[in-house]
Design a binder for this molecule. Structure first.
Ligand code: GUN
Ligand code: ZN
Length: 440
């Protein structure tokens, strides 16, 4: 990013958040400005406010892009749990988690021994992120070190803020997809030294889950994290009932699933646990105490028949747990965050709640940024924040256009987007103030 980038002013309706509406209520945290100007320069937001205030004083050299009143400008979406190597196997039919891993996931991940294939998939994955307004994601690579190198190279070329890590797996996986305690540790160290904190990139220490790591490898991952505490740590937990029973058999001396990770130094700030559908109260309490997060992955949870995550229980004000949203491609079925919110709404319904649209968009932006402790840099529109933005078209299909004519409130308009919308609703995506995707 050159420091002399010319400023750009985006004009249109804006939705953003100054805090957590689940905790402090919408009135105190949600900002809906029907005609706003967001000025971006040098990768950051330089000005933001009502057009009546900002527009008259804009310097003459500012290029104004007016998206009109049927747009909605938001902070870019944040995906807190996704597997880029599973892009080629989305929609693989049949069976639940453990069988699905054996039948589809591991055979697909073996193909990433090939660097050219890896690069092709990394490019496709990042292109789909941008087409869907996702500007930050927490990404699992494969066991191959080069899978992380290649993803980081491609993300760096786009200027993305992205966290990723090579998967650690030293047991109960196919030959060709396993590292060892030592190689997993050494390769992760080398990747951290090369990529963590380079530009906008962050390293995520990534033991896949307790099912494919020995206690020694979990300890090594814990040691790595102690040496590099500002890295993220990502893994899976309590996604599927058979998985939970299996982990109990493998680790009979631990109180519960989370204790397996906690015991090895893998629970704390910047830990992101995928799924967490079947966590016990004691596990939620521990996540709360340590500042760790759950990635809620509703399209995946329904696709694999894993269950309906109880968001309200996780956010219980007595011991709220940080929760982000995840697509979990390729068990997840869509890169669209709108489609993911649609399924999050249905998961909440199955738990006797009805997630509001205003809370849902928080979850997709600032809430997910807060889950990974990055809400001081991304996830909202405010002066000084990194200029990652998505511009939605609120009338992206004939049906949505028709339905919007009936909508009587902004809340209703927002809800229509997350129930009927998809990638067609994303008309532009900005990464660090630069146009990175424009809908054709
Ligand atoms: N648990 C361990 N690995 C995986 C994975 O790749 N996808 C999902 N959904 N769950 C997992
Ligand atoms: Zn996953």
């Amino acid at each position: 990013m050159s420091p002399t980038d010319r400023p750009i002013a985006l004009r249109g309706p804006v939705l953003t958040y100054t805090g957590d509406p689940f905790r402090d209520g919408l009135a105190r945290t949600m900002v809906h400005e029907p005609d706003a100007v967001v000025v971006v320069q040098d990768g950051h937001i330089a000005q933001f406010g009502p057009a009546t205030e900002i527009a008259p004083s804009l310097p003459a050299d500012v290029e104004v892009r007016d998206y009109g009143r049927n747009a909605l400008i938001s902070a870019g979406f944040v995906d807190t749990h996704v597997h880029f190597p599973q892009t080629p196997m989305i929609g693989s039919h049949g069976n639940q988690l453990l069988d699905w891993l054996d039948r589809y996931t591991f055979p697909t991940e073996l193909k990433f021994a090939d660097r050219a294939f890896t690069r092709e998939v990394a490019r496709t994955f990042l292109r789909e992120n941008l087409r869907n307004g996702i500007t930050t994601s927490c990404v699992y690579c494969t066991v191959h070190s080069h899978s992380a190198d290649i993803l980081f190279e491609e993300a760096e070329a786009l200027g993305l803020r992205l966290a990723a890590g090579k998967v650690l797996m030293d047991c109960r996986a196919p030959e060709g997809l396993m590292d060892t305690v030592q190689t997993g540790y050494d390769d992760s160290q080398a990747l951290i030294a090369k990529w963590h904190g380079r530009g906008r990139l962050l390293y995520a220490i990534t033991p896949r889950f307790a099912g494919t790591s020995s206690p020694a490898q979990l300890s090594a991952a814990g040691a790595l994290w102690r040496e590099h505490p500002d890295c993220l740590m990502q893994t899976h937990i309590a996604e599927n009932k058979a998985e939970v029973a299996w982990i109990r058999e493998l680790f009979p001396d631990h109180r519960h699933y989370l204790d397996v990770y906690d015991h090895h130094g893998l629970c704390g700030k910047r830990a992101v646990f995928g799924h967490g559908i079947w966590l016990e109260d004691g596990e939620l309490q521990r996540l709360h105490e340590t500042g760790a997060a759950i990635a809620h992955c509703p399209t995946s949870n329904f696709f694999l028949g894993s269950g309906a995550f109880d968001l309200s229980r996780a956010l219980d004000p007595k011991r709220p747990v940080r929760v982000g949203l995840g697509t979990d491609i390729g068990a997840g079925t869509s890169f669209s965050i709108l489609a993911t919110l649609n399924e999050a709404y249905k998961a909440s319904q199955l738990n006797g709640q009805a997630l509001s649209a205003e809370h849902a968009y928080y979850l997709a932006t600032r809430g997910s940024a807060a889950a990974i402790h990055l809400d001081d840099r991304i996830g909202s529109i405010a002066v000084g924040m990194e200029a990652d933005l998505v511009v939605l078209d609120m009338r992206s299909t004939p049906l949505i256009d028709f339905r919007m004519n009936q909508a009587e409130s902004f809340a209703e308009q927002l809800f229509v987007q997350m129930i009927l919308g998809d990638d067609r609703a994303v008309q532009a995506t900005y990464v660090a103030g630069r146009l990175a995707h424009i809908r054709t």
